[in-house]
Structure formats: structure tokens, C-alpha cells
Design a protein around this ligand. Structure first.
Ligand SMILES: Cc1ncc(COP(=O)(O)O)c(C=O)c1O
Length: 381
């Protein structure tokens, strides 16, 4: 079949035009084999050797994810955090990392640990303060600028192009956690980032049934080879079935994404000004402090993620999170089912997240049902 330059949405629907070369099957088989035989000349029979080094179920997903983010290559990991840990492993002792105060707390906890144990400097800058990143970097010493935008769970927005300039000026690489904004809306590599990272556990897979992570690179250079070495020898590869599930999930990403964004916008607009809600944090709202930048760098939707700062402090938020009937009270995000979470319960006591913050991950249900559910739950607050 002749392939032309199709839109990424068409490529996603067809899993990157996947056809099994041996049978023509439109869905790939699951290659459970951990090892691959050699021929009579003792040469490898194909391109695979041992699953920790690569597997036929990884390749179509990595190719498709590289296209989605406009990168030169993509690498799958066993979880989002396995990807974060591998990237951070590239940083040498004596060097320095700049990362935001507000970011996925698990990734920050890992950076704090390696800063302690491996003699790496770490500066956490206030992502909401203009000029804070410039002040945090140490030219010649900073090796990695890590940003997450929109930032979980306050949804502060960081200007990716501006951060890329700061990182470049300091001689550092820029990695962007774009988990809540897939390549359909935000493409950090186009804006000057070196790496884009996603927990594929979230929107990319989208069904809350496969843990995974992906790092996409702008260039296939020596550092990319090193990351491959880290993955190979630290062993953070996904299982073939998880890679298979991810490819299957990606087929519907565009539809799921559009509906989640539409639902989040409807919920955000409805609860803005509600007497039991002090603030709605959603970058899609015109009065969000990061809206102008979000509009510039999130060209295909503002995500299905938003937070409500609930009247009545910790107890008010906790009551809301315990009182929904449709929103499921569970951690995680980006799945087809809507989730609600009182973040103060799951984050560490030192976390800067407001104690009355309830995070919502809007799924693909009917917007009216989601709004009615939150309305009835807020009556108990
Ligand atoms: C923004 C973000 N980055 C990274 C991670 C970590 O990903 P995983 O749970 O797949 O290890 C998460 C998980 O919640 C996340 O929300």
C-alpha cells in the first residue's frame, strides 16, 4: 500500500499503519518471547536479541510516539518514573538540576533522593514567579532543567520556549513532562526542548490498565545512546503486553482527548463562582494566570485536568472527594473514567499543594452527569 503524509490523528487510529508483516493482521500479535534464536551461521535471525534490549511490541509504539511528539526517536519504560529515573541517571555527580516546586511529587521525591545520595545539586524554583528559573540555573553546572506544564495539581503553566532559551544559555538540557498534554496539543520539542516525557499510564494509554513511560528525543545523539544503555542495564523496560495495550490505547487517543478537554472546560465554567468553590484552576479559563501562554503552546485543548479549591479547607475538600457517585475516588489521571482526589491525603505533609485542593481528571462521560455529580457532592460540604 502507498502511504502518504497522513495527519497524526489518522496515524494514531491505524496504530501507525500497522500491519503484521507475516500475516497482514491489523492488530499485532503479542511477542511474549524473551529471547531470539540465531541462524545456522550463528547470526541473529532478525533485529531482536533479548527483550530487555528491545521487543517487536515496543517498536511500532516507539515509532508512533516519536511522530506524535515530532521527535527523532522514542523509548518506552516500565513506568513513568522508570523513565524519569533513567533520564536523571544521565546526570553526573557534581552537576546540578533545576526543577519546579510544583510538579508530580513522585518525580520530585526521586530527584531529592539522588541529590542526597549522588552529590548532585538541586534547586526547586517557584514556577509561578517570573524570572525564578533564570535565577535557579547555574551556567556550566546545571545539566538538566526539568519542567512540567501544566503542573500537577495546580496547573500552573510554564513558557516552554522561554525555558528552552534559559536552559540553552546555561548549557543545560531541557526535559518537559508533558503527561497531561499529549502531542496532539503541546509539542515541547518544536519549542526547543531536548526531551519530552510522558507517563503513558495516563492519556496515551488512557484506560487505567497499563503502567508505562516514554521519553522522546529531538536528536538521536550520544546521550540518547547512553539513555538506551541505562534502560538496558537498569532493566526498566515494559512487558510486551503493556506495550501492546499502549498501542491499542493510542488508536483512540484523539477522540478521548477531545472529549476529556470538552468535559473539563464544561466543569470549569460551571463551577467558576460556585459558593462552595473558592477557585477553579484550569488553564483553559481566560482568567487563569497562565492562560495566554497555554493558548500559545497548547494548540489542541487545555487537557481534561482541573482542580477545585473547596470552601471549608481540608475538611471541605475531603467531604467533596468522599461524596461523588460518578467520579471515582482514586489516584491517577487521563483515563476514560473520571477520577477525583483530595491531594493532601496522598502527598507528603511538606507539599506546597493547598490542603483544600481537589483534583479532577475528566473522562469521556456525559458532561451533564459529571456536573450534576459534583453539584450533589458539594451540597454535603
Ligand atoms: C505528571 C506526571 N508525571 C509522572 C508521573 C509518574 O508516572 P507513573 O505513575 O507512570 O510512574 C505521574 C503519575 O501520576 C504524573 O502525573
Amino acid at each position: 500500500m502507498t502511504r502518504t503524509n497522513h495527519d497524526i490523528r489518522s496515524l494514531l487510529a491505524q496504530a501507525g499503519h500497522y500491519l503484521d508483516p507475516a500475516t497482514g493482521a491489523v492488530a499485532p500479535p503479542i511477542h511474549a518471547s524473551v529471547t531470539y534464536a540465531r541462524d545456522s551461521d550463528y547470526a541473529p535471525m532478525g533485529e531482536y536479541f533479548y527483550t530487555r534490549y528491545g521487543n517487536p511490541n515496543f517498536t511500532p509504539v516507539e515509532d508512533l510516539l516519536a511522530k506524535l511528539d515530532g521527535g527523532a526517536g522514542a523509548m518506552l519504560f516500565a513506568s513513568g518514573l522508570a523513565g524519569v529515573a533513567a533520564l536523571v541517571e544521565l546526570i553526573e555527580t557534581g552537576r546540578h538540576i533545576a526543577a519546579p516546586q510544583m510538579m508530580y511529587f513522585g518525580a520530585q521525591a526521586w530527584m531529592q533522593r539522588i541529590a542526597r545520595t549522588r552529590g548532585i545539586g538541586l534547586t526547586l524554583f517557584d514556577q509561578a514567579q517570573p524570572g525564578a528559573l533564570e535565577a535557579a540555573v547555574r551556567p556550566g553546572e546545571t545539566a538538566l532543567v526539568w519542567i512540567e506544564t501544566p503542573a500537577n495539581p495546580t496547573w500552573d503553566v510554564i513558557d516552554i520556549a522561554a525555558a528552552a532559551e534559559v536552559a540553552r544559555g546555561a548549557g543545560a538540557m531541557l526535559a518537559v513532562d508533558s503527561t497531561v498534554a499529549p502531542g496532539l496539543t503541546q509539542r515541547p520539542l518544536d519549542l526547543g526542548a531536548d526531551y519530552v516525557f510522558h507517563s503513558s499510564t495516563k492519556y496515551l494509554n488512557g484506560h487505567s490498565d497499563a503502567t508505562g513511560g516514554v521519553v522522546v528525543t529531538r536528536e538521536k545523539d550520544a546521550r540518547w545512546e547512553e539513555l538506551d544503555t541505562v534502560r538496558k542495564y537498569s532493566g526498566g523496560v515494559p512487558g510486551p503486553f503493556e506495550a501492546w495495550l499502549l498501542l491499542r490505547g493510542l488508536r483512540t487517543l484523539a477522540l478521548r482527548w477531545d472529549k476529556a478537554c470538552e468535559n473539563a472546560m464544561a466543569v470549569a465554567r460551571h463551577f467558576r463562582g460556585h459558593p462552595k468553590v473558592e477557585k477553579v484552576a484550569y488553564p483553559g479559563l481566560e482568567d487563569h494566570p497562565g492562560h495566554a501562554i497555554a493558548k500559545k503552546q497548547m494548540t489542541g485543548g487545555f487537557s481534561g485536568m482541573l482542580s477545585l479549591l473547596v470552601a471549608g479547607g481540608y475538611n471541605g475538600a475531603n467531604t467533596l472527594a468522599r461524596s461523588t457517585r460518578l467520579f471515582v475516588p482514586a489516584t491517577s489521571l487521563g483515563g476514560v473514567e473520571s477520577l477525583i482526589e483530595h491531594r493532601a491525603v496522598v502527598e507528603t505533609p511538606e507539599s506546597p499543594t493547598p490542603k483544600n485542593l481537589v483534583r479532577l481528571s475528566c473522562g469521556i462521560e456525559t458532561a451533564g452527569d459529571l456536573i450534576a455529580d459534583l453539584e450533589q457532592a458539594l451540597e454535603r460540604v
